[in-house]
Design a protein around this ligand. Structure first.
Ligand code: SAM
Length: 226
């Protein structure tokens, strides 16, 4: 616990000048058991990343998290325990239902069923005033919605959100696996045009878990507000 707090303080003092690459030490959290609602299994069982999001909550006026790709609900649970409200979207009725059953103890989660870019287009106009943390992690199928998700977000949350993209390629780190679909690598370059439509100015940072096989996240933070 002390280690987590020390890490958080370090981040807080450095919030204005976060480095490009952030590698996290292994956490002491016990990853045994099946208590999905604990949030301990978040980020592909890399809970050491959690304090970074706690730092974001302190520094930015984030009330709402939108996760695309619910899967087992592990990361959803962490966000529900850390932020006021969470929307999570999955195209698979089975994953969505199982996650809902696992997370009944967390009342601030709204589960949405459907393709993420379509669900985003429906819900974002209703929360355009809220500063949102988007955790974009919907993939595995024939259609990869990432670019369409960013397009939908730029219509309502221009300069008014933080975006996290999971499973990205990290420059210079061939030891970290990443996703690729139809010859397109999940990378900053792939999303760059959409990111620059969404933000007038931004800083970007790679979050690298203690076990790099658990994959990295790209965080995009606006430099200017609305
Ligand atoms: C990598 S998993 C998400 C993991 C989860 N965010 C976590 O951290 O544990 C990817 C999920 O995206 C979902 N998915 C795939 N295509 C989708 C789409 N177009 N819209 C919404 N969800 C989608 C899959 O059903 C799967 O559950």
């Amino acid at each position: 616990m002390l280690k987590r707090l020390a890490l958080l303080c370090l981040f807080l003092s450095a919030a204005d000048s976060l480095p490009l690459m952030m590698t996290f030490d292994k956490s002491e959290i016990d990853l045994q058991g099946t208590d999905y609602a604990s949030g301990n299994f978040a980020f592909n069982k890399s809970p050491e990343i959690g304090p970074f999001f706690e730092m974001l909550r302190h520094v930015y006026p984030i009330t709402t998290v939108i996760e695309t790709g619910t899967f087992e609900g592990s990361t959803t649970a962490f966000f529900a325990r850390t932020f006021e409200e969470v929307h999570t979207i999955d195209i698979s009725p089975q994953y969505s239902k199982t996650a809902q059953q696992r997370l009944t103890s967390l009342s601030n989660i709204k589960f949405h069923l459907g393709s993420s870019e379509k669900v985003l287009a429906q819900i974002l106009p209703t929360i355009s005033e809220k500063f949102v943390l988007f955790y974009l992690d919907a993939h595995w199928n024939e259609y990869w919605p990432l670019l369409d998700e960013l397009e939908a977000i730029s219509k309502t949350h221009h300069n008014h959100c933080i975006v996290v993209i999971d499973d990205v390629k990290v420059p210079g780190r061939s030891d970290i696996p990443f996703d690729a679909y139809k010859g397109h690598e999940c990378s900053f370059e792939y999303a760059k045009e959409k990111i620059e439509k969404l933000f007038d100015g931004y800083s970007m940072h790679y979050l690298i878990p203690s076990n790099p096989l658990m994959r990295a996240k790209l965080v995009i933070i606006p430099k200017t507000g609305r």
